[in-house]
Design a protein around this ligand. Structure first.
Ligand SMILES: Cc1cc2nc3c(=O)[nH]c(=O)nc-3n(C[C@H](O)[C@H](O)[C@H](O)COP(=O)(O)OP(=O)(O)OC[C@H]3O[C@@H](n4cnc5c(N)ncnc54)[C@H](O)[C@@H]3O)c2cc1C
Length: 383
């Protein structure tokens, strides 16, 4: 359905992404989910294809994807494995942050390896005491000569178990600040976080920093840029990733449901011939179309730097992830008891869809931000 709105090059990319997802991701995603691990081989293949550095500009060695093409990648991979979109998401956020905000030295040291996927980036903002309320981080960066001492803890950090470079947010002299911390730094420990509801093969981890010494040259941008500039500009891409991954979840839920309806008989007739089930499928396909259009509008707005691009990205993330949850719930319902089996793909879609509503700013946070935009827009109206 989306194809008619895409350029020839975007359509070519979509075909390649879908082929990869069908061959290398979808057949194995349930197994990865049950074992809470993603094989290194699939990460290497994504890197080999250049897709881990897809968003980077061509002069940085990347493929120069526009926002829509990045969305298409997340959609295709998301139809196979929601967890794997977590890698595209956080790695791309770190990469874009260094490309957009990094010093020449930071770029020279880290950008090329990130673009090539030789090292993996992770985005470390959330703490047990501060998630959406990210102004209240307690991680501290304190002066220690020409270095900073880092103390604090981060939790639920996606792909942290295999990441090499962490973009870590905290406070420096009371100012929101972001720094780069490599994995091997003394005092930095990474502990696997298992048994999550969804995104089970997304290698989540808890990060502990105890007197971790980092050169001040590892600050990204300037002290004070942490939340308003660095985090928010990275999260634009994070939200695009989540919104389009939600399209993948909806597609997969619809396809699995239609296939089940075409083969499962109850009371002497196929589910596909039962009006209620057809109604579910109709609702799912209509929501998918609406979600596709809102996501496409948001990435087009981002590409043309429209004034309302931020609002549209928030709307796309809110709407598509909500509809993914609804579609996945219907898919489980259509599969009955089979859909409630942990090893069944629709069970995974249902659990992953819930994660999409929580990450990259929970959907309540999206509503707060969109509502503020709406109120600002009408602040001068006479009535
Ligand atoms: C699978 C997974 C992967 C993640 N990956 C990362 C990662 O890579 N990096 C990272 O930094 N973080 C990551 N997170 C953390 C995630 O971003 C946070 O969990 C999220 O931002 C919500 O923060 P919180 O959990 O502290 O919820 P809280 O802030 O405690 O909020 C709890 C609930 O209350 C709602 N709420 C809060 N305040 C209000 C309000 N004023 N009005 C109405 N409702 C409100 C929230 O929407 C939420 O539903 C991940 C989380 C998960 C589950």
């Amino acid at each position: 359905m989306l194809n008619r709105f895409l350029s020839p090059s975007q359509n070519q990319w979509l075909h390649a992404f879908e082929q990869f997802s069908a061959d290398e991701v979808a057949p194995y995603a349930d197994e990865w989910d049950l074992h809470e691990a993603t094989p290194a081989s699939v990460v290497k293949k994504l890197a080999h294809n250049g897709w881990l550095g897809g968003l980077a500009k061509e002069e940085s060695g990347g493929l120069g994807f526009d926002a829509t093409t990045f969305g298409l990648l997340n959609m295709a991979i998301g139809a196979g494995s929601g967890s794997l979109t977590g890698l595209l998401n956080v790695h791309s956020m770190v990469l874009k942050t260094i490309e957009d905000w990094g010093t020449p030295e930071q770029k020279q040291q880290y950008l090329t390896p990130l673009v090539k996927g030789e090292i993996i980036g992770a985005f470390a903002q959330t703490e047990v005491g501060a998630g959406g309320d990210s102004k209240n981080l307690s991680t501290q960066f304190v002066d220690d000569g020409d270095a900073l001492l880092v103390n604090g803890q981060k939790t639920w950090i996606t792909f942290a178990q295999i990441a090499d470079l962490f973009l870590v947010f905290g406070k420096y002299q009371g100012l929101d600040t972001a720094v780069l911390i490599p994995k091997e730094t003394p005092g930095f420990t990474i502990t696997a976080k298992k048994n999550m509801l969804g995104f089970k093969s997304a290698y989540l981890a808890v990060l502990d920093f105890v007197d971790v010494r980092i050169p001040k040259s590892h600050i990204i941008g300037k002290p004070g840029f942490g939340q308003n500039l660095i985090s928010n500009s990275a999260l634009d891409y994070g939200r695009i990733s989540v919104a389009w991954a939600a399209l993948g979840v909806q597609q997969a839920a619809l396809a699995a449901s239609a296939r089940r309806a075409n083969t499962r008989s109850t009371f002497g007739a196929l589910l596909a011939d039962q009006g209620i089930i057809r109604g579910y499928l109709a609702e799912m396909s209509s929501s998918l179309l609406a979600s596709q259009l809102i996501c496409l509008s948001a990435t087009k707005a981002k590409e043309s730097r429209d004034e309302d691009a931020l609002e549209q990205i928030l709307q796309a993330k809110l709407f598509a992830s909500h509809e993914a949850g609804t579609a996945a719930a219907k898919a489980v319902q259509i599969h009955g008891g089979h859909g409630c089996d942990e090893s069944n793909g629709v069970s995974r879609l249902y659990r992953d869809a819930k994660i999409l509503q929580v990450v990259e700013g929970s959907n309540e946070l999206q509503k707060m931000l969109i509502g503020k935009e709406v109120c600002n827009r009408y602040s001068y109206s006479a009535v």
